[in-house]
Design a protein around this ligand. Structure first.
Ligand SMILES: [Zn+2]
Length: 292
């Protein structure tokens, strides 16, 4: 998707230009890693804000043409007694250094907090995160991917092929945002992957937005099951209206994935969280608070 490449290129340029001459004080102080947890926890992290001046591309049917929307960009730290998983890596932390953010029509991107800072505050800095996975390989989910090069990259095999295909590689600036993952330890899957082998954290392929787009099911003891949508839906009305963005790789696969998702949501009774929906973000506890 060309728009995403432009945005990614602008971000890389920003990262290159914004290095301060003198090392700026760290936004938030690093803490030693918190010892392992004894029960499953889900932390919701603020990974940036995306103001869209024209939502047209988000509905192939044209229902959003000319409309403005504000999207949140969220990341999730899943802490399990057997290890920590980061789900999605948001916008690049470099945007935090630009006071007015980065404008790249139709997107205006801002980053009030860095992902690194939020993880450090939780006592789980990027180097301590054992597993990294993504809903899909667009720039707003891979912004800080290289921070997790020492993690095991858990990826849908088609998505991994898609992000390392020749065409993606040829787009050098966009590719640079996540290129370090290529050498990372990896686990790949096709239909689904039970992260810790106990049915509590399951990545499930729901392609269509991209070839290997996936969602995450987290079965919490007290909060119950939670389903993170990735970008199967971008906004709450998109779920009701089965809205398919014009830039999805397959409309047919998207609609089939929506059917699969809704069956799973119904069967599990899960609370559904649309990752870009501000209303869903507003209703979640903010780190350091968490769901368990
Ligand atoms: Zn997205």
């Amino acid at each position: 998707m060309r728009l995403f490449r432009y945005a990614a290129a602008a971000l890389i340029a920003l990262a290159a230009c914004s290095k301060p001459a003198v090392e700026a004080p760290k936004e938030e102080k690093a803490a030693p890693a918190e010892p392992k947890v004894d029960a499953l926890r889900l932390y919701v992290l603020d990974c940036g804000h995306i103001d869209v001046s024209d939502m047209g591309i988000f509905d192939r049917g044209g229902a959003y043409d000319g409309q403005k929307r504000s999207l949140v960009d969220t990341c999730y730290l899943v802490r399990h007694p057997s290890g920590d998983l980061l789900w999605d890596a948001g916008l690049p932390d470099a945007i935090h250094d630009a006071p007015d953010g980065v404008v790249n029509p139709p997107f205006s991107l801002t980053m009030p907090k860095t992902l690194r800072g939020q993880l450090e505050r939780l006592g789980v800095p990027p180097d301590y995160v054992e597993y990294f996975s993504i809903s899909h390989s667009h720039f707003d989910h891979l912004g800080n991917a290289n921070l997790f090069k020492n993690s095991t990259f858990v990826a849908n095999e088609e998505e991994r092929e898609h992000m390392f295909r020749a065409e993606a590689r040829a787009d050098a600036e966009a590719f640079a945002a996540y290129s370090d993952l290529e050498a990372s330890k990896k686990v790949t899957f096709s239909d689904s992957y039970d992260m810790f082998g106990d049915g509590k954290v399951i990545i499930i392929s729901m392609p269509g937005h991209t070839p290997g787009h996936s969602v995450l099911l987290v079965n919490l003891e007290h909060s119950g099951p939670i389903l993170l949508t990735g970008d199967l839906y971008h906004l709450a009305p998109a779920r009701a209206n089965r809205t398919v963005p014009s830039f999805n790789t397959s409309a047919e696969e998207t609609l089939a994935s929506m059917d699969k998702f809704e069956e799973l949501a119904k069967a599990s009774g899960a609370r559904v969280i649309i990752q870009h929906e501000a209303a869903d973000f507003e209703n979640l506890p903010r780190a350091p608070a968490y769901l368990d």
